[in-house]
Design a protein around this ligand. Sequence first.
Ligand code: SIN
Length: 340
Amino acid sequence: MSVERPSSLLCARRRLLVAACAAVGAPALAGAPPVLLRFSHVVAPDTPKGQMALRFQALVHQRGGGRIRVELYPDSQLWGDDDEMEALRLGAVEMLAPSLSKFGMAGVPEFEVFDLPYLFADLAQVRRVTQGAVGRGLLERLARQQMRGLGFLDNGFKQMSARRALRTPADYRGLRVRVQASRVLGEQMRALGAQPVVLPFGETQRALASGVVDAAENPPSNFLTQGLAALQPHLTLTQHGYLGYAVVTHPRFWESLSRVDRALVDDALAEALAHGNRLAEALDRQALATLRQTPGLRLHALGAAEREALRRHLRPVVDGFGRSVGAGLLRDVQRAIGSG
Ligand code: SIN
């Protein structure tokens, strides 16, 4: 694909640079200071993001000879949704991979385009956006909020869980639904007559267990690894929205790295992201297969007419985004989706 050629050439040049330093006894690295890169995220290791982070750590350790240390903090162990971006600004963590839904409240509302219901039919469509000019433009916008965007990662499509099946718009009425801090996701729930409750990911399980919220939307790998099946006996396969991530660092940290270290980290991340993106669909399928065998959990597939009724109800959310954030961006995204 033409958009991939320049970046793979760049990667090849960078690999040569890193290899050249290594081949001559790494004089460029002699006496180079150790680097600590703390990578914090909120999900379990056995998810696309968790696996991507592990691969990134392994590649950096292998290629950096131990001088560049990557410390991984999954499961909100170090920072959670509420404080991770502030921690990045303060230099208390060097790398994050928030879901795209979380960049809107951080001052880049354009990212909420990814939350629009039924915008993408499959991951191939998502990638036409994230891996092309629109995606590059979005990553560049993060500079406005002192972040450097390094790449996109897929998880998958969200399904609705509750204590009852959610087949029709009427089934949503009156439910308190945990959502991420995204205006689009809030609007989506209001359009269905539900009450959106914004909660950090790390607090979702407790909130469902204690009845603070009644329902949630998650891709299968998050639903499974958070143990939500024990709390939400019905999983309706609505497939209504996409969940993905952007890996970000702080420009101050990025610029503090030597040219060689930056290339090493950048290459390792590009490979780890490709690995995570390849894994995403397989992990999604595996999680669904496990959930189908989970005692006490019922999965409900929607028919075409049921899906269409949901889509019709949610259409004003898409139109509202065009009016409030940008009809131009929405058009660019739709054009990229249609260009496959
Ligand atoms: C994540 O996958 O990083 C968390 C998504 C969520 O907050 O629902």
